[in-house]
Every structure is written in structure tokens, then in C-alpha cells.
Design a protein around this ligand. Structure first.
Ligand code: FCA
Length: 353
């Protein structure tokens, strides 16, 4: 798949809230304030007179622009294709289980999930089966108890390895363009190895960097606790502060949010932005915010993915499965394209469809 296919017709327009919550209703405010369609708002929506097909869309980090766009694209797809998407923020296992219970209570027939911990796979599958709901995963593929992907839950995500390699290739190209001698440069590798797609991405970036001749001894790990900007900042700061032998850095990680956090750490330590090169993944809000700044930061690029397609297509796959019994493909992967300050407008317009 390339970034264009399937994204058409589902613009990542700001699509609003679950259809059963009317714009002027007090529930609108309730749903805004309570964890993006949290239990209260959705339970309340059960009382609304809506007899159509309902599905859930559950994400681990509802405040992250990537996931906001994904959920909104699913809601927009539902508007045109006649189903209702109830969105939930499920940052931990307990909230996730409660969300599935709530969906069952309102008669939803299935859900799309990006779980807060992929090892929740068997628990999610058990819960879905118990309610005779269909489940598909998006972005983060669920694992069984032995750490093997649950291939009976259809998945739509990115090719982590290839996209990671694109990050490494972009870093190597920029290093060479600037004429930096590799031996003098540190590579800050922000890792989140418990999530396979994150490890695939940082492994892919590492191998492309090494292939370009970058010395492996200069690659320094900074494990992060959470895949957000705060997690990136907290992981990067002590490592950058400790490894004073490097005056210049390249930075890579699972996503834009993390790289932006590390770039903020670089600024905190008063490196010049010109002395670091960060390349992220996603091409969503945090990347665009960096590109829109008047002067360039060390955040130099992002491998942009078709976020809206991830949201709409995973929902459409699920709905087709529910309506026709046709099972979605076991694993669909999307590819990315390098987004920079120079081309971000064009790329985001293209990826929005
Ligand atoms: C993971 C990351 C997100 C996004 C998604 C496709 O879930 O945490 O930022 O990159 O994969």
C-alpha cells in the first residue's frame, strides 16, 4: 500500500464526537472532559435512540495527535458508510476492559484497538469472544502469552523495519550533507523495546546508519518509559548530559513525540539546534508544529504515515467483517515518506486524502 491508496474520501477533518451525542447537548461537554468518550459519556449515549451498527475505537494515548486523527478518520468513515464509532482512551488494562464492557452494554458489535500493552492480547481476545464481538488491532499488533503475534486478530499497522531504515537513511544523508565526520557524532537511540513495532523501527534505523558507515560504538541507548514527548525528554536528558565526548548528535526513536522530547533536552542543555539532527516517525501534529516554527529546530524530518487511512481502513475492515462475514487480511502494512520543513504541507495534504 502506498500512502495514497484508501485514504481518499476520508479526510482527517475534525469530525467531532460520537454521533449519539448531539452538539448542543450537555453530554458534548461531558465527553470532552472525560477522557475522550470515556465510560460516562458513552454509557449516556446508550440512552440515545440510535439503532444502527456501533463499533468502538480504543487507543492507548488519546491525547496524542496521531491517535486523535486516527479516531476522527474512523468517525468520518462511519458517517459516510452508516456506522457509529464510539471512541475511548484506554491508557491501561483496567480502562481497556471497562471500555469493552461498556461497548457490550451499548450493543456494539466490535472494536478497533491500539492497546496500552500488547501483552494484553489474550485478555482482549477473551473479552471480545465472551461478548461475541469482533476485534481488530491497529498500529500495535497484539501478542499472546509467549510474545508471538496473535494472528487470529486482524491487524493494520506500519512496516516498522522499513520505516526505521528510512529514518536511518535520512539521518545518514543529512550527516553527509553537513559534512560531519561520523567519529565525532553520537547517535541517541531512544528505545522502547517491549513494543515490537518500536523495536523494529529503532533496529531498522540502526542498521541503515551502520550500513552508511556510522560507528556502532557511537550509538548510545536511552530507554524510555513512555512513547510520548515527556518520555523522550526524560530518557534523553541524562544521556546527553553524561556523554560529553560528543558535541553533535543524531536522534531517532519510535515516533515524532519522542524525538521532539529529545530535541527539547538538546535545547535545555544549550546545544545549538544546528548541532543535532532528529528524525521522527508519524508525520503528525508534533512534527508539523516543529516545521511551523519560525526558525528551524533540531527536529529535521519525519517519516510520515497515512494516519487517517490507519483509522478509517481499520474501522472499515471491522465493519465489513461484521456485516458480511468477510475476514480482514491478517496483517496489512503501510509505508512512509520523508517529510521535512520544505515539503510538509504537500505531504500532509496528500496523506489526508
Ligand atoms: C505506535 C506509536 C504511535 C504511532 C503508531 C503507529 O503506537 O506509539 O506514535 O507511531 O505506533
Amino acid at each position: 500500500l502506498d500512502g495514497k491508496s484508501g485514504a481518499g474520501g476520508h479526510p482527517a477533518a475534525r469530525a467531532g464526537y460520537p454521533l449519539s451525542i448531539q452538539p448542543n447537548s450537555p453530554l458534548m461537554e461531558l465527553s470532552r472532559r472525560h477522557a475522550i468518550g470515556g465510560g460516562l459519556a458513552v454509557l449516556a449515549s446508550a440512552c440515545a435512540p440510535s439503532g444502527g451498527l456501533k463499533i468502538g475505537f480504543l487507543v492507548k494515548m488519546p491525547e496524542q495527535p496521531w491517535f486523535i486523527t486516527e479516531q476522527e478518520a474512523a468517525i468520518a468513515a462511519g458517517r459516510t458508510r452508516g456506522f457509529e464509532v464510539l471512541r475511548f482512551g484506554t491508557p491501561d488494562g483496567e480502562k481497556l476492559v471497562t471500555a469493552i464492557d461498556t461497548l457490550a452494554a451499548v450493543g456494539a458489535r466490535g472494536f478497533v484497538v491500539c492497546a496500552p500493552d500488547v501483552r494484553l492480547g489474550p485478555a482482549i481476545r477473551y473479552r471480545a469472544e465472551r461478548y461475541a464481538m469482533k476485534a481488530v488491532s491497529v498500529d500495535d499488533q497484539l501478542l499472546n502469552a509467549d510474545g508471538v503475534p496473535l494472528d487470529d486478530i486482524p491487524h493494520l499497522g506500519m512496516s516498522g523495519r522499513r520505516i526505521g531504515e528510512q529514518v536511518g537513511e535520512a539521518l545518514a544523508a543529512e550527516l553527509d550533507r553537513r559534512g560531519w565526520a561520523h567519529e565525532t557524532v553520537g547517535a541517541l537511540r531512544l528505545t522502547f523495546d517491549e513494543l515490537p513495532t518500536a523495536k523494529e523501527r529503532t533496529d531498522g534505523a540502526t542498521s541503515a546508519l551502520l550500513k552508511s558507515g556510522f560507528p556502532s560504538a557511537n550509538i548510545i541507548d536511552a530507554p524510555q518509559r513512555s512513547t510520548d514527548t515527556e518520555g523522550g525528554f526524560n530518557a534523553a536528558l541524562p544521556v546527553l548530559g553524561r556523554e560529553t565526548r560528543f558535541k553533535r548528535w543524531v536522534i531517532f526513536a519510535v515516533n515524532d513525540d519522542t524525538v521532539v522530547g529529545a530535541v527539547r533536552a538538546v535545547e535545555q542543555l544549550r546545544f545549538s539546534p544546528a548541532d543535532a539532527i532528529g528524525i521522527g516517525i508519524n508525520g503528525s501534529g508534533p512534527a508539523i508544529a516543529e516545521f511551523q516554527k519560525r526558525s528551524a529546530t533540531a527536529f529535521q524530518g519525519s517519516i510520515a504515515l497515512p494516519t487517517a487511512f490507519h483509522g478509517s481502513q481499520s474501522a472499515l475492515n471491522l465493519v465489513e467483517w461484521i456485516r458480511t462475514g468477510r475476514r480482514p487480511p491478517a496483517n496489512t502494512v503501510t509505508t512512509g515518506v520523508l517529510m521535512t520543513r520544505a515539503n510538509w504541507r504537500e505531504i500532509s495534504a496528500r496523506l489526508a486524502g
